[in-house]
Design a protein around this ligand. Structure first.
Ligand code: SF4
Length: 280
């Protein structure tokens, strides 16, 4: 049984929160640069260049790339042969979020009650998903998920008879309805299958995959490419000013499901598609 100290997790989580908000991943920056080369709209190209400059300024001056520094969402792969010394994993992650958002001067965006709307003042509680895996490592994956794109995300329980065409229509309709409100160019996470809650988790999990990295099953990989092409014909464009870069990528995760169900979830991510990870 390998021991990992509570404080090491706190410090690592704090670092992930700050770096996710200051340093846009190279995968996303590269996608902006590729999009500039093929974007048809002049305003669209201008916006993409501004997003590249914004990412460079945020990284070099150590400031958040967007005022919305997001909900701290974690997927943690916990090796079954580790023991956390000094406290619980959930407490360590929340303490790390509190520390990171304070020390990184990141906006606190969480209210403690959905109706009373009082800010908790430290961006906690984080949303934490745990997956148990073999081994003695702790892999912490974090995203700072912006509210605008999350608000335009959708989930629907389709009928099996809706088939692949129903799935595609729902995904495209979600992106069309989002328009400029999800801060495009988007990264589109899709979950297909599972059940009501697991499908939405899959859509979120898909967003942790690097931009440009395709799904393994060939039919799903082909679907990602097809949907991306279709989204980029919607004309929404960078920041909704029109153009051919509405989405940078589509990532799909699938799971087994009930014979009577075909759940589909679409979790939109904005151009500030922030995720970092660490292995302890
Ligand atoms: S949705 Fe994304 S880009 Fe838009 S304000 Fe929120 S974090 Fe910023």
């Amino acid at each position: 049984m390998r021991k990992i100290s509570y404080q090491i997790i706190v410090d690592k989580v704090s670092e992930l929160c700050i770096n996710a908000n200051y340093e846009l991943g190279q995968d996303v920056v590269n996608a902006f640069k590729e999009a500039v080369k093929i974007e048809r709209s002049e305003i669209g190209r201008d916006v993409l260049n501004q997003l590249i400059a914004n990412a460079e300024i945020a990284a070099s001056e150590r400031v958040p790339m967007c005022q919305d520094t997001g909900v701290a969402v974690f997927i943690v792969e916990v090796g079954q042969d580790i023991h956390i010394e000094g406290g619980t994993l959930n407490d360590a992650i929340n303490e790390g979020v509190k520390k990171g958002y304070l020390e990184g001067y990141l906006r606190n965006s969480i209210v403690s009650h959905p109706l009373e709307r009082k800010n908790t003042g430290d961006n906690t509680p984080a949303i934490i998903h745990i997956e148990f895996v073999p081994g003695n490592q702790l892999k912490i994956m974090m995203t700072a998920k912006g509210g605008g794109a999350e608000n335009m995300s959708r989930m629907k329980m389709l009928k099996p008879s809706d088939g692949i065409e129903g799935v595609k229509d729902f995904i495209i309709e979600t992106v069309r309805n989002a328009g400029p409100n999800a801060c495009p160019p988007l990264v589109v996470g899709v979950g297909i299958g599972g059940n009501f809650e697991y499908c939405s988790y899959l859509a979120k999990k898909a967003l942790f995959r690097e931009v440009g990295k395709r799904s393994k099953p060939p039919e799903i990989s082909a679907l990602e490419v097809e949907l991306l092409e279709e989204m980029n014909q919607l004309g929404i464009g960078p920041q909704g000013y029109g153009g051919s870069t509405t989405a940078l990528d589509v990532k799909i995760e699938i799971a087994a499901c009930h014979i009577a169900a075909l759940p589909v979830a679409v979790n939109l991510n904005c151009h500030a598609s922030r995720h970092k990870e660490a292995v302890l």
